[in-house]
Design a binder for this molecule. Structure first.
Ligand code: ARG
Length: 249
């Protein structure tokens, strides 16, 4: 009898070991609060995406998520090459990205906003496109802000675009007067403005966007992650994670 119990225990352990001792790898760019950023105290990557990803992985029987920090512009390649299992980075669903990756159901919306120094001559987004405009606009390389500004401002001959590896670096350049404004998603914009003296967000903004998780095309994980994500949306978990980080202001 003892032997049987021991055997059962050992096989149960082996089974749960197989099911729980694994993680999924998520590619992100952790300079994008409140979606992903380093916690000052623990030094760990936290945020809306980090938490939702962890919940999804656990729902799928994994131990949790392993977060791999990289430049935003490297995430899609990391997903396509299999270096990470999925990308989650406040990433906007765009037609162009859909050519290389699949996206899940959207779990949040974002808005592209403009950060300026207080007292800036830029008082609305339209000032960036006005005849004769010539501003230095900071963006995060490879983001939708970069894509919009490259077309609407640079190609239109209305200014120059400075591309930074992450939003935090763009904000540092803005604070030091190297550039005139930063075009970035509204939630990180609010965090950056709160953390730096003398900056504000213009009331008018670029378009609204949908954030989703990206996966390798035809990945078996897409359906599973989608199912877990949709359940977490349906039972209000996703909203409560978002509220936890966004109502804090
Ligand atoms: N929503 C924008 C995009 O998809 C910016 C996302 C940047 N995310 C980040 N973690 N740095 O292009």
């Amino acid at each position: 009898m003892k032997k049987i119990i021991a055997l059962v225990l050992v096989s149960l352990l082996a089974l749960s070991g197989a099911a729980f001792a694994e993680t999924l790898k998520m590619g992100t760019n952790a300079a994008f609060p409140p979606y992903e950023y380093y916690d000052d105290e623990t030094g760990e990557i936290v945020g809306i995406d980090a938490e939702i990803a962890d919940l999804i992985c656990k729902k799928l029987g994994y131990d949790g998520v392993e977060i791999v920090d990289m430049d935003f512009s490297a995430i899609i390649n990391a997903v396509v090459s299999g270096k990470v299992d999925f990308g989650m980075a406040g990433m906007t669903v765009t037609e162009e990205r859909l050519q290389s990756v699949d996206f899940t159901t959207s779990y949040a919306t974002g808005i592209q906003s403009v950060i300026v120094p207080e007292g800036s001559d830029i008082t609305s987004v339209d000032d960036l496109f006005a005849e004769g405009a010539n501003h230095k606009v900071g963006v995060q390389l490879g983001t939708t802000g970069d894509i919009y500004c490259s077309g609407d401002i640079e190609e239109a001959g209305l200014g120059t675009i400075e591309r930074y590896n992450n939003g935090a670096d763009a904000v540092v350049a803005l604070v030091s007067g190297k550039i005139d404004c930063v075009v970035i998603d509204n939630q990180p914009a609010q965090k950056f403005v709160a953390a730096n003296e003398g900056l504000k967000i213009l009331e008018t903004a670029y378009t609204e966007e949908d954030y989703a998780i990206c996966l390798n095309k035809d990945s078996e994980l897409t359906a599973q992650i989608n199912e877990a994500l949709e359940a977490l949306i349906a039972d209000g978990t996703v909203q409560s994670v978002i509220d936890k980080y966004i109502t804090a202001e």
